[in-house]
Ligand binder design. Structure first.
Ligand SMILES: Cc1cc2nc3c(=O)[nH]c(=O)nc-3n(C[C@H](O)[C@H](O)[C@H](O)COP(=O)(O)OP(=O)(O)OC[C@H]3O[C@@H](n4cnc5c(N)ncnc54)[C@H](O)[C@@H]3O)c2cc1C
Length: 463
């Protein structure tokens, strides 16, 4: 039984359990505090730690898929969550699905029996003194959310994500698209705020710009709108009483307001001239780089609750995206997350109060294993800090490094921060055009080498 803990971890979910384990394994005394079963969030139902609140699938286990690559890395670095998941896996093709109660019991037991961990079941409303990792998840309970909001300032904690889809750069058909920035300040399309670019033209007269514009002719536009209207939408969870901001309405809500609303909103063509026709298109879907590698682009202002297969089908009606490879689909749901790139330092510590660190979904990642990965990194970073050693961040070419950069790399003010799951768009491309299957194989191989080198450097630093 430990005395005064070196670290308090708030939240025994995917992130908190992994962080606590990594700290404890490195000899630090941890108080792991979860409010269950005294207080249950609207989605949690059992007293077990590491509860999978919805699907029992941790997604693909194929290392040539982003989620599979992340799992491979988690296993290599000694993840408790992955060890228990592997132990309780159920048949699910190339995915890793688990028997959820066996999995939850295994994680709970191993943490409860660890000699460096004290498991506490209580609600935390205020942040404790001393090194703390906040991993309270998308449904942060009690007054903790208010405490965090008060500390960060009101605008830095979000309660919903409104996510636009992301498409792989290589899959955009540039025969049906053109590059240009809008001549006027952008306003209503994107809740992230106005990008202030003006039109620019390269010396050879070709329009240049940060955006890729995908034009639609009149008939194409109205067919597109009609399909969105009749498409299947994702149902909200009972506790998700969604309230939308006028500045970031989902596209299907805009369509309900009239056939031309999209054309005057995110699809407005004003300030754009198609260099191939010399005219202004009838409507335009604008794509903005999602990362500095320009390997992925988001559909600006296209936050949506359309079902994923419907997104795939309907967005393929945009001529430039007829072969679009979607790295992430749009969504709108209840969440609690902070503006990590603005608020957190390189070890997920609050810039304004470095004894407080964040991990898991609350940092702006999506998904079970992504939350686990950020918990694991938070544990490694803090353990190194408290032991007076160093833990370098994972390289950007790895799945963990891609997630790490997503939540720590500074963003220009025009780019809003929204949660992401692991996808190839978070990693730098290969710098040359390669067929999709081969590209994934090469990216996965590159990641394997770089991850092994990183693990070796972590071990060296810790020695
Ligand atoms: C309804 C819903 C469905 C989802 N479905 C999926 C899915 O199918 N697949 C997927 O990959 N991801 C899904 N997610 C996302 C999922 O929540 C995360 O992937 C993952 O559980 C987040 O991990 P976490 O550790 O950050 O938070 P959580 O796993 O939610 O853990 C947070 C823990 O903190 C505790 N806690 C909260 N507040 C306090 C407090 N004040 N004091 C003490 N303890 C506290 C909670 O009891 C909880 O145990 C879903 C999310 C929601 C809300």
């Amino acid at each position: 039984m430990i005395g005064r803990p070196d670290v308090t971890v708030i939240g025994g979910g995917l992130a908190g359990c992994e962080a606590a384990w990594q700290l404890a394994e490195r000899g630090l005394a941890v108080a792991l505090v979860d409010m269950k079963p005294a207080r249950m969030s609207p989605a949690h139902q059992t007293p077990l730690l590491c509860e999978l609140v919805c699907s029992n699938s941790l997604r693909s286990d194929d290392p040539e898929v982003g989620a599979g690559l992340l799992k491979r890395e988690l296993r290599e670095v000694g993840s408790l969550v992955m060890a228990c998941a592997d132990q309780h896996r159920v048949p699910a093709g190339s995915a890793l699905a688990v028997e959820r109660f066996g999995f939850g019991r295994a994680v709970t037991t191993r943490l409860a029996l660890h000699r460096n961990i004290r498991l506490e079941r209580r609600v935390i409303d205020r942040l404790p003194d001393g090194p703390t990792i906040v991993a309270s998840g998308p449904l942060t309970g009690g007054q903790l959310a208010d405490t965090i909001r008060g500390m960060l300032g009101g605008e830095r904690l979000y309660f919903y994500d409104a996510i636009a889809p992301i498409v792989a750069a290589e899959s955009i058909d540039m025969e049906h698209a053109f590059r240009a920035s809008r001549w006027a300040r952008d306003t209503a399309t994107d809740h992230s705020g106005p990008p202030a670019e003006t039109a620019s033209y390269s010396s050879d007269g070709e329009p240049a710009g940060d955006y890729i514009n995908c034009p639609l002719a009149k008939e194409q536009y109205y067919r597109f709108v009609a399909e969105i209207r009749s498409a299947r939408k994702m149902a909200a969870h009972p506790f998700e009483e969604l309230r939308f901001f006028e500045g970031c309405l989902p596209i299907e809500v805009m369509v309900e307001r009239g056939d031309d609303v999209l054309r005057h909103g995110p699809m407005r063509p004003i300030g754009l001239t198609d260099p191939r026709t010399g005219t202004r298109p009838f409507a335009v879907v604008q794509l903005r780089p999602e990362n500095r590698y320009r390997s992925a682009y988001n559909l600006v202002g296209f936050q949506t609750r359309l079902a994923y297969p419907e997104q795939r089908r309907i967005f393929a009606m945009i001529p430039a995206l007829s072969g679009g490879e979607f790295l992430r689909y749009g969504s709108v749901h209840r969440n609690t997350y902070i503006d990590s790139p603005a608020l957190l330092g390189p070890e997920f510590e609050l810039k304004q109060r470095s004894d407080i660190r964040f991990a898991g979904l609350v940092t702006g990642v999506e998904g079970y294993i992504e939350s686990c990965a950020i918990g694991l990194l938070a544990g490694l970073f803090l353990a190194a800090r408290l032991r007076g050693t160093a833990c370098p961040p994972p390289p950007p070419t790895t799945a963990m490094g891609g997630l790490y950069n997503h939540i720590t790399a500074p963003r220009p003010p025009s780019q809003s921060f929204s949660p992401t799951n692991i996808n190839w768009g978070l990693l730098p491309g290969l710098g040359r055009k390669v067929r999709k299957r081969e590209r994934k194989r090469l990216l996965s191989r590159r990641a394997a080498g770089d991850f092994a080198a990183w693990l070796a450097s972590v071990a060296r630093e810790a020695a």
